[in-house]
Design a protein around this ligand. Structure first.
Ligand code: SAH
Length: 377
């Protein structure tokens, strides 16, 4: 022992902007029981938790001014402690006559993510981000080029949902006030690589009000590159969300390149897991396939995909090819329309229900695979 005192470094700077760490605790991160505990810890009556939940999940608000059933001092105290601001909108872009809205959010630590709201004649779909950046490194995807910055918390994901719901309820999109009906984990990030926060988000989405938004599980799509153990874990949750698997190639040689995690779980292992998901939940799995000119759009690949899907059963999948949205600087581009048609026809000839996915918002970089949260300046 030298007896030399250990140098102590004090960092008194408040960990706000630029700091990496956990987002502040939010009401939504807590279970209903924990919400009661948090409220009573602040010296308030337990039933206040249910009132707060009703404001949040039913009225889609965290604004104390709207909580008129709580005494003024109580709401201010509870909101200040339990509803820290997690998302700050810094830019919104609209397309399709205002029916597509992309929002760029700054998180508490200045990290940026995006979400995209799309209104259709009889549904409204939100595409949420589950991570800032993504670690999966798919070379055709804008987010994949960023690498992973960090996982989002449950509340950071759910806040994207509440905000979209609020905006629809307020009639901010053309067509009058409406509700959010569908949610897809197809924004930034690999949802199954942030499993805990994503499954907690799903629980908040499907829980009946006032503990959650009361959405239908079938209207929630979890899209994954194919993290096989996480798919098996999802099966055990017993929440029949729709699973989408990003295939993009039916052969390991090409998929190793397009979806690098394929070197860990092969095409066959991934399809087996997808099929187990169908068997367990009865939910038809979506197979996603970005059609990239002269890379993966060959007729023989459509045949091979059809064969591999049929080898596992009938009526268990739906194919969702999408013309590639080229990302800036990419050497790749979308398939020729005639090639795309042929690809679809081949799959259908194998008896696979196939529909081309829509590319809404591509002019505002709000379409599939384009979310990169770039900001000028
Ligand atoms: N990480 C998840 C979800 C995010 S991406 C996943 O990979 O499934 C949602 C979908 O958009 C995925 O199928 C993804 O492969 C696809 N995608 C990514 N980049 C794309 C692009 N440039 N053009 C078309 N689709 C793309």
């Amino acid at each position: 022992m030298s007896g030399t005192p250990t140098p102590i470094t004090l960092n008194l700077a408040a960990p706000t902007r630029g700091a990496r760490g956990k987002p502040p605790r939010h009401f939504v991160d807590l279970t209903p029981e924990e919400r009661v505990e948090a409220v009573t810890a602040l010296g308030e009556q337990p039933f206040r938790a249910k009132q707060l939940a009703t404001h949040y999940f039913t009225h889609l608000t965290a604004d104390p001014a709207a909580m008129t059933d709580l005494p003024m001092a109580t709401r201010d105290k509870l909101v200040e402690d339990l509803f820290p601001r997690l998302l700050t909108p810094t830019r919104t872009l609209t397309a399709d006559g205002g029916t597509t809205v992309k929002t760029l959010w700054h998180l508490f630590d200045d990290v940026k993510v995006e979400s995209v709201l799309m209104r259709y004649p009889n549904r409204a779909t939100l595409c949420v981000s589950s991570q800032a950046g993504c670690g999966m490194a798919c070379p055709f995807c804008a987010t994949g080029q960023l690498g992973l910055t960090r996982n989002l918390s449950t509340a950071e994901i759910v806040e994207q949902v509440r905000s979209a719901g609020r905006s629809l309820a307020d009639g901010e999109l053309p067509g009058g006030p409406t509700r959010l009906t569908n949610l897809v984990f197809m924004g930034m990030g690999e949802p199954l690589a942030n499993y805990k926060a994503v499954i907690e988000t799903v629980r908040r989405l499907v829980a009946p009000t006032p503990d959650g938004f009361g959405m239908s599980a079938r209207n929630i799509v979890v899209s994954t590159v194919g993290l096989v153990p996480a798919i098996d874990k999802l099966i055990k949750e017993g929440i029949p969300v729709t699973l989408a698997v990003s295939m993009h190639a039916p052969d390991d040689e090409l998929r190793d390149e397009l979806v690098p995690i394929n070197t860990r779980w092969s095409v066959d292992e991934t399809l087996d897991a997808a099929h187990r998901y169908f068997e367990a939940t009865g939910r038809r799995v979506s197979i996603e396939y970005a059609l990239i000119r002269d890379i993966n759009d060959h007729a023989w690949r459509a045949d091979l995909l059809g064969e591999k899907l049929n080898a596992r059963g009938r009526g268990w999948v739906h194919c969702n090819p999408i013309p590639l949205n080229p990302t800036p600087g990419s050497k790749w581009t979308a398939s020729d329309p005639a090639v795309e048609r042929e690809f679809v026809e081949r799959l259908r000839a194998h008896g696979i229900p196939t529909t081309i996915r829509d590319t809404r918002g591509s002019d505002i970089d709000g379409a599939c695979g384009q979310l990169a949260a770039e900001e000028e300046g």
